[in-house]
Ligand binder design. Structure first.
Ligand SMILES: [Zn+2]
Length: 449
């Protein structure tokens, strides 16, 4: 009762893949567990009574005319440990990027002071951009990975965190690897238990995630053991899948089947799995993901650097695959999910129109590939909730009160009159910076002033 409150103001949220709902001057009631208890619109019978009830108790927060609420974003693929190298070395080939930058950096988190400093910074930085839930890769080491989960808990972000499993000596350096399949599996299990122990200390909760880095960096024994662990603990799973020509062909050479099919054989394709990237999925893989209700974590910015292609978002989505949005720090350089939304639209339009002017316009692109802003907002919010099996991403009764309150005038030109609410939403999504985000709330708690 004591934490009950209501927010009066205007809001946007996705009701489905194509449609965004605008609520003008609504009242959003939040219960003491941080869930939305009811939404009242002007004209509803109870509107005035409800408003008065919270007003009299001093529990009504009223937004100004220049503020709107959006659901908090769900970042479905982000390497917290790569935060210090965001923006670095993106012009290098992937193997140099991994070998000279990424793996040496990831091994530094054994120093817990370093881990503490970086992880606090990445969690607070993503919160500032309105990311209320994040699916994180940490590193191969258990202790700093548990620390990341704790930091998410303390700073108020809903963190789903994975200790990365990587034990294949052929494609991981000695200084950054599990020394054996046994170690990879035992350390992952110990990690899951430690995170489950602290899970309920935080109102928004934190979650352990089974995290094979990707097929090339894991032995068969480890992949099999991780599949069993995921089942035993009913845990979330995350990995990279069919990211590039190289990664896609690697699995085919090793197993004679695609990486998606191989992951499935090891029990790693479930309704709680997020596969990052995945532009090279083959038709059977797409069907597999749709059948198993597995989600793709779409990383449009990093795909432009490392994926050798654009995710056929609309095609895969029309075949029933859920696709959530992700920043992929630091294959993607920006922690902003606004940036991911923008790049996803840009990339999809380039896929539709084609990019090589020397090719005749009729043959240049791939028809029906462009996604809309509404599609991208749905992906960054509702699809994330579906992926993780959590009631997040919408501003409806029963959902967690995870919101960002956005100033719609700062950084956004107002000299031309917008004709509709849709115009306002477009400007907000395309022009907002972190300084537009005035407040962020997760599970009914304000986490950023
Ligand atoms: Zn990644």
């Amino acid at each position: 009762m004591i934490n009950e409150m209501a927010v009066q103001g205007s809001a946007f949220y996705s009701v489905d893949f194509d449609k965004v709902r605008y609520i003008k001057n609504g009242i959003f009631c939040v219960n003491d567990k941080g869930y939305i208890d009811g939404v009242y619109e002007e004209g509803d019978e109870d509107y005035s009574l409800i408003r008065l009830k919270y007003l009299e108790k001093g529990k009504l927060k009223v937004l100004s005319d220049t503020e709107v609420m959006l659901p908090g974003f769900v970042d479905l693929h982000i390497h917290a440990s790569q935060w210090p190298q965001a923006g670095l070395a993106l012009d290098r080939p992937l193997e140099i990027w991994l070998g000279e930058y990424t793996f040496p950096l990831e091994s530094r988190y054994r120093n817990l002071d370093f881990a503490n400093e970086v992880y606090r910074d990445v969690v607070s930085s993503t919160l500032k951009y309105g990311t209320t839930t994040a699916l994180y890769f940490a590193t191969v080491d258990r202790e700093p990975s548990v620390l990341l989960a704790k930091i998410c808990g303390e700073l108020g972000q809903r963190g789903l965190v994975g200790k990365v499993a990587m034990d294949n000596p052929e494609s991981t350096p000695e200084f950054c690897r599990d020394n054996s399949p046994k170690e990879a599996i035992n350390e992952t299990e110990a990690f899951i238990k430690e995170v489950l122990e602290i899970q309920d200390l935080y109102k928004q909760k934190v979650y352990p995630v089974v995290t094979p880095r990707f097929i090339p960096s894991c032995t068969d024994e480890t992949l099999e053991g991780l599949g069993k662990l995921a089942k035993k603990y009913d845990a979330h799973i995350q990995t990279h899948c069919s990211e590039s020509d190289w990664a896609h062909n690697f699995a085919k050479e090793r197993f004679g089947i695609t990486d998606a099919q191989a992951l499935d054989k090891f029990g790693l394709i479930t309704s709680k799995t997020v596969v990052a990237h995945a532009p090279f999925l083959e038709p059977d893989d797409v069907k597999l993901l749709a059948d198993k209700k597995t989600t793709i974590g779409h990383c449009p910015l990093s795909n432009a650097y490392f994926a050798n292609s654009v995710l056929p978002f609309k095609d895969f989505s029309s075949r029933g695959v859920n696709i959530g949005m992700a920043t992929d720090i630091s294959g993607g350089y920006s922690p902003s999910m606004y940036q991911a939304i923008r790049q996803s639209i840009i990339s999809s339009r380039m896929l539709e129109d084609g990019v090589d002017p020397s090719i005749n316009g009729k043959n240049r692109g791939r028809k029906n590939s462009a996604i809309t802003l509404n599609n991208a907002l749905y992906s960054a919010t509702v699809s994330g909730g579906i992926a993780l099996g959590l009631p997040i991403g919408k501003l409806e009764k029963g959902y967690s009160f995870d919101v960002q309150i956005v100033d719609i005038e700062k950084n956004i030109p107002k000299f031309y009159p917008e004709k509709s609410e849709e115009d306002i939403l477009h400007k907000v999504l395309l022009l907002s910076e972190s300084s537009n985000i005035k407040e962020v709330w997760v599970q009914g708690n304000r986490v950023k002033c």
